[in-house]
Design a protein around this ligand. Sequence first.
Ligand SMILES: [Fe+2]
Length: 136
Amino acid sequence: MNLINWNESLSVGIDKFDQEHKKLVSLINHLNLAMSQGKSKDILGGIISELIKYSQTHFKNEEDFFKEINFNESQSHINSHKAFVIKVGDFESRFKRGQIGLSVDIINFLKEWLTKHIQVEDKKYGEFAKSKNIIG
Ligand SMILES: [Fe+2]
């Protein structure tokens, strides 16, 4: 069973970003499944790296879009992306050094962070673009 099910409540109204969010959802689901199946540290580490890498690509795409549309709340949003990358990157390095394991708490953090970020922060740029008649 999936940990997160993408549904309309997670739509930001811009197809490109909805598709990218679906990919993030699927990476977190994949990590959760691999953990529950007791996959090796190497496999889990690989999925964590992929999640970080894809998050960075996705955040950059969003941030480029903010510039394009002159989004008025971009700075706090960019800070939120940065904090996430630092936190998960720090977890990744400790995980790979064997100092910490992957836990339900960490998976739940990823789930909560992503869903809340989309529903609160990302929806703001969706609304902003809509108010300016910008179609993504
Ligand atoms: Fe975002």
